[in-house]
Design a protein around this ligand. Structure first.
Ligand SMILES: *Cc1c(COP(=O)(O)O)cnc(C)c1O
Length: 392
């Protein structure tokens, strides 16, 4: 096999854990039944596995199994939560609040609803990426039906104050949805303590398979109403029709189980690796840490580099390390990240950014190698740039 770069793009997706694959295999082979088939053992076996998985997921967030709705991932869960609430509550109000730094899977359903006549407030964030909760409180109106604020940012790793936001929403009787795609199995999540009404998940950011996720939908205090977005056989209590994907569901639950078992120790290990990377790179000077230094995912280091071109930086890093920049590429057009712009960065600085996403299978030796290569790349790019053509 050819030499491949070190994988440090664990916020985009993660490699699947071997244990997850092992757990899934029987459900591709002998236990292939449809969990909705109630008249024979094939169906019962699959149904038992789904039931067990639902319990694991519910336990992980202090919910009940009936409150878990399996979806194809966090994109679908976000769409179901936001459009589903909008459709079910529009007679109560048509105002939704979210944040400028959300994932497109939250922002785009919101702009879609704007076109249908809903009003959406996109709150700014502070320089460290955190939402100002007093600003949120001011934005809540009598016709506000939903607040959607993510748990952990996929670019800068910032952890929003969910408990505070939940408390506020609860006081004002506004539903609170959080996109926890980057949070599940990595940070503590408790739907009761945090007053969360709807929460989106995905397995593939947690060493699980792609194409599976879930939406937590609160059933009491209050019972959340939701208009289904996919109609058919009535699976998932009618919220999401379609034959359940048993192997993926089993893998998802295994991933959550493994994540929870090592959450505390792994979080500490990742933080040490991140700090090691930061303390090796920062003496170069002109390197900015994006996002709050402490209130962030332990495996996330997002930096902006002065005096280099963003595309050249990425190109220079590519042979040794697989990372993403803070830029979202859509076809040939490279736009600076909406998240970094929301932090108040200039376009060139937002563009010259790198997101290091350290994960379960990364070692200290790999981090050393990446750090040395990043230093060499940045130094040579800066030397090539005369002061007059410098972009900053
Ligand atoms: C990856 C991600 C999503 C999309 O999840 P899919 O399961 O790939 O659809 C949504 N929100 C956040 C914060 C993410 O990181």
């Amino acid at each position: 096999m050819s030499h491949r770069p070190i994988y440090l793009d664990n916020h985009a997706t993660t490699p699947m854990d071997e244990w997850v694959l092992e757990a899934m295999l029987p459900y591709f082979r002998e236990h292939f039944g449809n969990p909705s088939s109630i008249s024979h053992a094939y169906g019962w076996e699959a149904e038992a596995a789904v039931k067990q998985a639902r319990q694991t997921l519910a336990d992980a967030i202090h919910a009940t199994p009936e409150e878990i709705v399996f979806t194809s991932g966090a994109t679908e869960a976000n769409n179901l939560a936001i459009k589903g609430v909008a459709e079910a509550y529009f007679s109560k109000g048509r105002h939704i609040i979210t944040v400028q730094t959300e994932h497109p899977a939250v922002l785009d359903p919101c702009t879609y609803l704007q076109d249908l006549g809903f009003e959406v407030t996109f709150l700014p964030v502070q320089g460290d990426g955190l939402l100002d909760v007093t600003q949120l409180e001011k934005a809540i109106r009598p016709d506000t039906i939903l607040v959607s604020v993510m748990a952990a940012n996929n670019e800068i790793g910032v952890l929003q104050p969910l408990a505070e936001i939940g408390e506020l929403c609860h006081q004002h009787q506004v539903l609170f949805h959080t996109d926890a795609a980057q949070g599940i199995g990595k940070i503590p999540l408790d739907v009761l303590d945090m007053n969360i009404d709807l929460m989106s998940f995905t397995a593939h950011k947690l060493y699980g398979p792609k194409g599976i996720g879930a939406l937590y939908v609160r059933r009491r205090n209050p019972k959340v109403k939701l208009a289904s977005q996919i109609q058919g056989g009535g699976q998932e209590r009618g919220f999401r029709s379609g034959t359940l994907y048993t192997p993926q569901i089993v893998g998802f639950a295994k991933a959550v189980e493994l994540g929870l078992a090592e959450q505390a120790s792994e979080s500490q290990r990742l933080r040490q690796l991140r700090e090691h990377l930061w303390t090796t790179l920062s003496p170069l000077g002109g390197i900015h840490l994006n996002g709050h230094p402490e209130q962030r995912l332990s495996g996330n280091l997002n930096i902006s580099v002065e005096g280099v071109d963003g595309s050249a930086l990425l190109l220079g890093l590519q042979p040794v390390v697989a990372v993403s920049s803070g830029s979202a590429c859509s076809s040939s057009h490279v736009a600076p990240s909406h998240v970094l712009l929301a932090l108040g960065h200039s376009k060139p600085l937002a563009h010259a950014s790198v997101r290091f996403g350290i994960g379960r299978f990364n070692t200290r030796e790999e981090i050393d190698q990446v750090a040395q290569h990043a230093i060499a790349t940045i130094e040579s790019l800066r030397q090539a740039q005369t002061p007059k053509t410098s972009i900053l």
